[in-house]
Every structure is written in C-alpha cells, then in structure tokens.
Design a protein around this ligand. Sequence first.
Ligand code: ATP
Length: 721
Amino acid sequence: MASSGMRVYGTVLSCDLAFWGVVWGGLVLLGWPSGEGVALGSLWAMGAGRWLLLHAVSVATQSGRGRPVLRRWVATLCLLGPAFESGKALQWGSSSRGTPIPDPGAAALGVVAATSACLFWELTFPEAERGKGGGEKQQKAWDLFMRVIRYSRPDALHLGAAFLFLSLAVLGETCIPYYTGRVVDLLGSRYQPSSFLSAIGFMALFSFSSSLCVGLRGGMFMWSLSRLNKRMRHMLFRSLVQQEIGFFEETKPGGLTSRLISDIDKMGRSVAMNINVLLRSTVKLLCLLGLMLGLSWHLTVLACVEMPLLALLQNFYNTHCQALMQQLQDCKAEAQEVASSALGAVRTVRSFGAERAEARRYQEVIAKMQAAQWRKDTLKAVLLLLRRLVTVGVKVMMLFYGRRLIASGQLTSGGLLAFVLYQKDMATNTRHLVYICGDMLNCTSAASKVFLYLDRKPREEGAGTLEPPNLEGRLTLRDVTFSYPTKPDAPALNGVSLELCPGKMTALVGPSGGGKSSCVSLLERFYEPQEGQVLLDGRPLHSYQHRYLHRKIAMVSQDPVLFSGSVRDNIAYGLEDCSMERIESAARKANAHNFICELEQGYDTDVGESGGQLSAGQKQCIAIARALVREPQVLILDEVTSCMDVDTQLAMQEVLTGSRGQTVLVVAHRLKTVEQADSILFLEDGVVVEQGTHRQLMARRGRYHRLREKLFSDLDSTGTH
Ligand SMILES: Nc1ncnc2c1ncn2[C@@H]1O[C@H](COP(=O)(O)OP(=O)(O)OP(=O)(O)O)[C@@H](O)[C@H]1O
C-alpha cells in the first residue's frame, strides 16, 4: 500500500522533472540569456500548464483515499513558485529584468517547500485518521454542527443583533491598543495636551462602548441559547414518548433523562459559544491582521509562526480528547442511572438492607468517572504547558526583532507596544478558533446522541385512522406468536387464540410467567405480534386512531402509576375538557369519591410524586376511576382487586361482570376473583392449555383445578384468606 503510494509520488516527480527538462532544454535551444526573467503572467501560465500536466498524471495513477492529498500536493507544488514571486513583486516591486525562471536549485527548493507545507497541513488537519473513518467523522461533526445551527433559525433576529454587537465590540477592542501605543509615544515625546487628551478620550470611549457591546452580545447569545434549548427539549421529549415500548426496555431511563437535560444543554451551550467565538475571533483576527501589517509586516510574519504551531498542538489534543470526552459522558450517564435507580427505589433498597451495596456500586461508577476526568485533565495540562512555551518563545523572538526595527527607525516604541498587544490578542483569538474546532467535535458527541433519538422512528407500525362512532368491543387474538424485543428467541406467547366478547367477563389465569401480561400488552398495542393478528371488531388494532383506541380500551394495572398533581388531574389524565361531573361519577363507581372528599382539598389534593401520599388501595381506586371516566368499551383489569377492600370489590361488581355491555378482561392470580367469569383461559408457557367456565374447569380436574387446590392449601397453611 505504502510502496504503491511512493510509486505514484515518484511518477509525478518524474513527470515534473521531465517538464523542467523540456523548459530548460527549450530555453537553451532558444538561446535565452542567463538570469533574464519573464513577465509574472507568463510564470503563472507556466505554473498552470505544469499543474494541468501533473494533475492529469496524478488522476491517471492514483485512485481511492490518497487522491485528495496528492491533488493538494500537486497544486501546491505548481502554484507555490508563482505565488511566492507575486508576493515578492508586490512587496519590492518587479525588477526590470522580470521574474526569474526557476533554475534546478530553485525547482528543488520548491519541491521541498511544497512537500513540507503539505506535510504540515496534512498532519495538522488530517483528513483525520482516514483508516478509522476519521474524515467521515469530521464531516459528520460538521453536519451535526450545521444541523444545530439550522435549528437556531427561529432565533435569526436575536443572532443577527448579537452579531452586530459582536462586530461593534470587536472594532472597539481593536482600537484600544492602537491608542495605548499612541499614548506611550506621546509620553515619550514633547507633551502635547490636545493630542494626549484626545488619545486618552478615544481609549476611554472605545473601552466603554466595546464593554457595552460585549454585554449586549453575550445577552443576545444566551437568550437565543435558552430558546434553542427549550425547543430542542420539547422536540426530543415528543419524539421519546412516541417510541415503541420495546425501546424503553432496551434504553435505560437514566440515559434518556441525561440526553434530555445535560446533553441538550451541552450541545446548545457549546454551539452558541462556538458560534460566538467563531464569529468574534474571525472578525477580530481580520482586523488585527490588517492593523499589524500596517505596523510592521516583518513582525506580522514572525507572529504568524505561532498560529500553525498552536494548531498542531491543539489538533493533537483534540484527537485524544474526543475519546476521553466520550468515556466521561458515558460514565456520567451511568452514574446518573445508578443514583436515580437507587434513590427512586429507596424503600426496596432499605427493605433489603442494600444501602452499602448501592453506595459501593455508585462509588465504583464515580471512581471510573474520576479516572476519565483525570486523564482528560492531564492531557489538558500538557497542552497548556506546551502552548505557553510556544507563545513565550514567539514573543521573545518578536521583542528581539522589534528592538532591531526600533533601532533602525522603522518602528516607534509605542508602535512596538501596540504590536505586542495586538499579537497577544491575535494569539488568544487564534487559540480560540483552533479550540472551537475541537470543541465542535466534543459538542457533536452530545448532539449526535440527541439527534439519534430525535430522528428515531418507532419500529412499530404507526396508528391508523379508524374512529367508528359505534364500537362493539370484540377483541380477538388470532394465532398470535410474540416475543419481546429484548428476548427475540424466547416467545412469550405461542400460537395463542382468544376472543373477548362484549358484555362478558373473560379471565386470564395461570402460573407466573405464563403469558397473561403479554396478552394484555398486545391488546393495549404496546407491542406488535410477530405472527398472527390482534383484532378489534374484526379489524387490525393498528388500523384504529391512537387516541380513539386508548379511549375505548382502558386498562388498570396491578401497580398503577399516578402522576404528581391533583386527584382531579389524575382521573382526567389524557382527556381534554373532562367535566367535574364525569370525574365525580367515575370516582363514585370506583368507590373513590368518599375518601377523596375526606382528603384535605378534596379533588384538588396533590397526590405527591407517583401518588406517594395515598395508600395502595386508594391509588388503585383512583386508577380505576381514571379508566372508567373514559367510558371505555373494553376494560382490562390486571389483578386490580388485590389491594381493594370488600366495599370496593362490591362496588366494582357491576363493572366486572360487564353488565353495561362492556368487554371485561380480568388478569388474576387470586382465583377467587374469576369464579363469576363467563370464560376462563388458563395460560401456561405462552400457550392456552384450558378454557371454560369455573364449573367446567373444576369438573375437568386439569391444570386450573390443580392450581386452585394448591393455592387454597397454601392459603390454609399460612392462615390467610
Ligand atoms: N418486558 C419483558 N421483556 C422480556 N421478557 C419479558 C418481559 N415481560 C415478560 N417477559 C417474559 O415473557 C414471559 C411471559 O411473561 P408475562 O409477564 O406475560 O407472564 P405473566 O403470566 O403475566 O406472569 P405474572 O403472573 O408473574 O405477571 C416470561 O417468560 C417473562 O420472563
């Protein structure tokens, strides 16, 4: 691979040699006087011809990844000479003998200079780590950066104002060193009050106005940033809640909240900062460069040496820092996950006496985080040290040379002071510019995660549009085979068929892990089956409109989740314009009205985080009221009677038997609840093994009978009923 690359470069150089051979041979044949030059235009024409030739050779001989590098090298090789001669002519004027045609020594020097320049460029700004797809990485980083900028479009006005203030601030700041230099010169010469006062006055004026503009610029950027963050959070949250349930099983909640909070913050902050710095530094650098060239071009060239050296250092740092930043971010998300899961389930932690184990787990994660932080800090310290060495070295050289310029009368001491101040500013701004190239990559690691979720399309089919005014409520599972996304090879249901009829109560029973909750999840359309169909009134469940479907099918789970807010809000959850009468009526049916009225603020009482201020039974009653307020056609109750008192169970009787024409499905572990069911299905290992009424199943003396016998003998032995 390397040798073929060398061969290509060798071929191009041979062609170049041949080109020069023809040129020099031609000159000799023409009898061109030695030392006689040509017009600058002719030199450029010769360079262009040479470029065309070598470019054609390079295209013919090189393909694949190395090609862009070769092209850059060829272009530099051919155009460096004419560019150099043009610069020289600009500085000193053209000589009467024209521009010299390169002799073999100058041509060889050109090759060395072009190769060194290209090497420097490729090492400093590598088409990064091509082998590892680094070029793509940088392109991706740039695309992500631009995408964040596109999201800032609604803030164009604020950003425009920020840019205006930024430019004014930069202009003001740039003028200050000039007047400082003038003041020094005036102090060193005969005192001229008017000139001195005007210089001081301008200095003060520029200082004041630039400070004002800096403040306004910062304010505008921060305002745009907070608006961007708000928009992004909203978009991301909307995208997250639309994902399929399987996504939440595969992705840890800690990671998701970290994306929502810290990654968006980080992304927005660094992009806003980067734009701010990018614009400020670019505008300032241009102004500074102009002023510095005006003071002394020799010193400007010397000052410019610092730039590529700093770029080289920063590039080295960026390459290594990016991986460390990624590690650090992952560690932070992990620490957040560990902390939130332990603190969120503190009762479980306490009841198992697992405080120490949790503390140890957290300590391990933060130790990992600390190690990553340490590595990053060390790298940064080395960078700072090297950067300081370069800066000081360049400054010392500049002062030496400046002294010579003052001695020869080409510069005043005030001019040198102004120059040094400008140079300091230029170094700072260059550093900022180089720094943001790296920071852009860092910020994009946060942005890429945010966009990953923002762009994610739910894997399951979107909802349909069906909204029939009259729904019978007949639910059917037909030959359904289903496995969870996290366990694709272990089917939870295997060829299950069942039918839930309107006005009837159906019960699902069976041992733990039999597949009862999986059936419920499919009926709620949390998942799609891999095989078979789930039908509502004979039509696939996914063809119904999403909100319609969940108004018609309501579920109360074994461990219902309430949201912090009032009782009223919890009952009317997800419904718009739900009247108080409907809420109260649902609460009465669920036997919740009485205890709600006894709460301090009745229906306006805050239930606390996750309903923590209510008992398990009260939570369940509110959850039932939440289901009933929708007047659903299908009601799914997952072991809801487990925490209910006798009164509530009696109040629920009418609902449970489906006497209002509703389709009722009860998932039961306590078999007592299901005795009055019209149909009982016994599920074991994802298969329906028995089906019938309580009497039929008892008479069959099969699995249902055995489970019931076992349950009652267990209850007898523990003395509970
Ligand atoms: N979210 C999930 N991800 C992966 N596998 C799951 C998930 N939920 C359940 N399972 C697996 O699917 C199978 C059926 O579980 P399911 O929860 O449907 O049983 P169940 O009859 O409702 O049990 P229980 O009476 O204990 O609630 C089990 O093997 C279980 O381990």
